[in-house]
Design a protein around this ligand. Structure first.
Ligand code: NAD
Ligand code: MG
Length: 392
């Protein structure tokens, strides 16, 4: 299988290469990509010798090309965001790992979908922004869409293979959430949280953006929206519950109230290996669950005062077309501003809620990719302005 790893220098990208290295006869890495940390991309290219390296920031491409001009390195360096799409849809690529962070991953995901690829989707923002447009491209392009987000991989593993019968057999699904580092914090103390505290996740090691999203539970909000499209379920059939041990990765409650769950150590290599091997299984490198050390598996409701962001997902899903794209854009800007030390932790929620309330999507029923990207840009500009003026 010829695999393009988009976002190869990130947390998911590196885990994907770790799994791929265990299966050299099955997986050929033909493309890598990065937006920053060029040293890491160069090291990866020298190790994997892919056909293409995509540098999405064009200003950095020349230097990467110069450094890769060594005997025995066949890699061609492609520059700019369009090159991600060119690679994702290329006839010589069989599978695409979509591990770019944020809405920047949407165009290449769509291109892979339209060209019928096996699409391993880690980039949840693409689905939150793209929604129905994205799922239509998957259907029309004949792509095989396999979720990589651990909760959605869990649901996918519990559901029957026959997609047509999902909706009839399932009563609802339950996405589990770790609750992040502030699960037990006094809600009033959250105003003073620093980026370092927010990025210190108790059970998962992840990129900074998703780590902040886990701390606010906006990650779960995005995942509720992701599940709505992936599994074609009405929003009221999607629930979220806190499970601090991160061992039950999610659950399907069937019509007869039988509950199916997928369990394992919290290690993204498990859903990645499942995506690469599906419908088979392959070794992932993850440790086995140690049943002797698990004291308890506990579940609790998310407190609305501590995690108000979680509840914005159902609000956005009930809103006009494009509301989830507005929520995602607001959240990306708010997290970026928080990580830069410009706004407080709880301002992330305030900006997101304000964006949902005040920014009208104004999309027609036939809205396509460019309308969604326009809306994304409009929402970002507005939220950036609010953050600059401290209007939160
Ligand atoms: P990360 O920040 O560690 O890595 C992101 C990658 O995307 C890097 O290679 C970076 O160079 C590239 N990138 C950043 N901005 C870009 C841009 N504008 N254009 C093109 N490329 C760009 O992120 P991550 O934690 O690996 O997450 C990647 C995606 O997977 C996110 O959508 C996240 O929500 C999702 N996800 C991650 C995890 C996890 O455990 N890390 C779990 C589930 C889902
Ligand atoms: Mg997840």
């Amino acid at each position: 299988m010829r695999l393009a790893v988009l976002g190869s220098t990130g947390s998911i990208g590196c885990n994907t290469l770790d799994v791929a290295a265990r299966h050299p006869h099955h997986i050929e890495v033909c493309a890598l990509s990065a937006h920053s940390r060029m040293d890491q991309l160069i090291t990866q290219c020298l190790q994997w010798k892919p056909r293409w390296a995509v540098v999405t920031d064009p200003a950095k491409a020349g230097e990467v090309a110069r450094q890769l001009k060594t005997p025995g390195c066949p890699t061609e360096v492609l520059a700019g965001p369009q090159a991600l799409c060119d690679v994702a849809g290329h006839a010589d690529v069989d599978a695409v790992m979509a591990a770019v962070v944020g809405a920047a991953g949407l165009p290449s995901c769509l291109e892979a979908a339209r060209n019928g690829k096996r699409l391993l989707l880690a980039n949840k923002e693409a689905l939150v922004v793209g929604g129905a447009v994205f799922m239509q491209a998957v259907r029309e392009g004949g792509a095989t869409l396999i979720p990589i987000d651990s909760e959605h991989s869990a649901i996918f593993q519990c559901l029957p293979q026959d997609r047509q019968t999902w909706s009839q057999r399932v009563d609802h699904i339950i996405l589990t959430a770790s609750g992040g580092p502030f699960r037990q914090s006094d809600p009033d103390s959250l105003e003073a949280v620093t980026p370092e505290q927010a990025c210190a996740h108790p059970t998962w090691v992840m990129g900074r953006k998703i780590s902040v999203d886990s701390a606010t539970m906006m990650n779960k909000a995005l995942e509720v929206i992701e599940a709505r499209w992936l599994f074609d379920l009405e929003p009221h059939r999607i629930r979220a519950v806190i499970h601090p041990q991160s061992i039950v990765h999610s659950m399907v409650v069937c019509r007869d109230q039988s509950v199916l769950a997928q369990l394992g150590t919290p290690d993204m290599r498990v859903p990645i290996a499942y995506g690469l091997a599906w419908p088979e299984r392959m070794e992932s490198g993850a440790l086995a669950l140690d049943w002797t050390s698990i004291k308890a598996l506990t579940f609790e409701q998310a407190d609305e005062r501590r995690f108000p962001g979680l509840f914005l997902s159902w609000q956005a899903l009930a809103g006009p077309l494009g509301s989830t794209a507005v929520l995602n854009a607001a959240n990306e800007v708010a997290v970026e501003q928080f990580l830069a030390g410009r706004i407080g932790f709880m301002d992330i929620y305030r900006l997101n809620a304000q964006a949902l309330e005040r920014i009208e999507p104004r999309l027609g029923p036939d809205a396509g990719l460019y309308d969604l990207l326009d809306l994304d840009q409009r929402a970002r500009a507005q939220v950036r302005q609010w953050a600059d003026l401290h209007v939160v």
